[in-house]
Design a protein around this ligand. Structure first.
Ligand code: MN
Ligand code: MN
Length: 290
């Protein structure tokens, strides 16, 4: 990897980490998700970067992909298990990190939250260039099971590349039998999810996060100029585009844009997540978001 690219990844990692800490510190009972998202993303922009994707605030049985819409009145409640997931990008080089908080610190779900975080720590401890991907998954799955929970099997970590938040590699959260080796000179995100349910996620309704789809969009289209091929929030169109909701609707109807569904388990289950972005070098690894 070029030294200048490494430096951009590193800076994106540092800013992404600060953004995550900020978001976590702002979450209190009664506070709106909208306020936390807007303040966190502002911190990223004030740091000379852009959000790599909208702040995800996914609650209880939701694993990922909810961000507040413009003017969203939804608030945090005591006892909510909130997955906080954010990253920064510099010149298209993204970071991606996440933590789980229990609103009001009631401590009822500390075990679940510890399970995902400990699984991430365990994976990082064994991580090395040329490790088989299944070995990472096996370590994550074993640690989560030790806590008495299920790893989510159909969600996992991924490669991270310029303007490509989810590049080709899939890093499993259980031993999926994938013997492929983790090659040096790339960046990955590892993200264990621990569930009180069966550990399988399905698609829910849209969560207000969108992405340019395919190659049909004109390069001078405002969404492409602003966000390129990274995910964006409908909130972000306000002040940039007239009648943002109508614009977005027409872009979706023309299949220029698609919306991410909320990823969730059934009502009553709880899910915790932890995530870091990690650079794999020839002789070592470097955690970019810690
Ligand atoms: Mn993430
Ligand atoms: Mn990720």
């Amino acid at each position: 990897m070029e030294q200048t690219d490494i430096a951009k990844f590193e800076e994106a990692g540092k800013i992404g980490k600060r953004a995550l800490e900020t978001a976590v510190s702002l979450i209190e009972p009664g506070v709106t998700l909208f306020e936390v998202a807007e303040k966190t993303e502002k911190l990223i922009r004030d740091s000379g970067a852009f959000p790599a994707f909208p702040l995800n605030l996914s609650i209880n049985n939701e694993a990922a992909h909810y961000t507040p819409f413009y003017g969203d009145k939804k608030t945090f409640s005591t006892g909510d298990v909130v997955k906080v997931d954010i990253g920064a990008q510099i010149d298209g080089f993204p970071s991606d990190n996440a933590a789980t908080v229990e609103v009001g610190n009631t401590g009822k779900h500390s075990d679940l939250i510890d399970a995902s975080r400990e699984a991430l720590n365990t994976a990082i401890k064994i991580l090395r260039p040329m490790i088989p991907l299944r070995e990472i998954g096996a370590a994550i799955g074993a640690k989560i099971s030790e806590f008495g929970f299920k790893p989510v099997r159909n969600l996992g970590g991924h490669g991270v590349a310029r303007y490509d938040l989810h590049s080709s590699i899939f890093v499993p959260n259980y031993d999926d039998g994938n013997g492929k080796l983790l090659k040096p000179d790339q960046v990955i995100a590892i993200e264990p999810f621990a569930s009180t349910g069966i550990g399988m996620i399905h698609n829910g309704p849209g969560g207000n996060i969108f992405i340019v789809s395919g190659t049909k969009v004109e390069k001078d289209e405002p969404i492409y100029r602003n966000f390129s091929t990274l995910p964006f929030a409908s909130r972000w169109l306000y002040g940039k585009i007239d009648k943002p909701e109508a614009y977005l609707k027409s872009m979706i109807a023309n299949r220029y844009v698609s919306q991410f569904p909320i990823l969730r388990e059934h009502n009553g289950t709880l899910i915790a997540q932890a995530e870091h972005t990690i650079m794999i070098l020839g002789d070592r690894i470097k955690v970019l978001t810690s």
